[in-house]
Design a protein around this ligand. Sequence first.
Ligand SMILES: [Fe+2]
Length: 184
Amino acid sequence: MAVLKLEDGTLHSDLSYITQELATLNIFINRWNIPNNPELQSLLAQDSLDEDEKEQVLKALDSYFEKLQQTAGYQSRDLVVLHPGIPNLDSLIAKFDQIHTHADDEVRYVIDGEAIFGFVRPDGSQVELTVQPEEYINVPAGTEHWFYLTSGRRVKAVRYFITTEAWTPQYTGREIRFRQPIAK
Ligand SMILES: [Fe+2]
C-alpha cells in the first residue's frame, strides 16, 4: 500500500488522504491487480530477468497496456528491473534522484519491490510517496519530482510511453529537503 511522507515526518497510508494531498498536482494513483499466474509470480520473484523473461512479464500484464493504448494513445511499454546485484545501480538511479521534470507524463506500474517518488507541490512544499506492488501512478508532464529506491534497493516497474522522444530529465536545480534533517 502506498505511503505518503510529509515534510513534518508524518506517514499516511489512507488512499483518500493521499489522493487529497496530491490533488493539486493532478497525480493519479490506482490499484491494478497482478494476475494470479504461477509463471508470472515466479518471474517476479527473480532478481534479474533476461529480455525474453521481461517480455513474458509484459505480455502477462498487457491488458492494462491495451487499455492505455485505446483510451490515451499510449504507444509502448517496457520493464525496468533494478536490484542490488546490478553493478552500476547507483549511477542508474543518480539520473533521476535530483528534482526534474519531463515533457511527457511519467507512468509507472510497480509489480515487485518498491520505489519512492518525491514531488514539489505548487505551494513549494515537498512530499514523498512510496509506491508498492500493484500500484499504478501517473505523474503529469511538467511536475517537479524525483525518484529513488527504498533500503531494499529492488523494484520491477512497467513504464508506459506515449512517446519516448521527450524522455529526458530536465533538472530544475531545486534542493530536496527530505535529505536534510528537519529542524525541530
Ligand atoms: Fe522522472
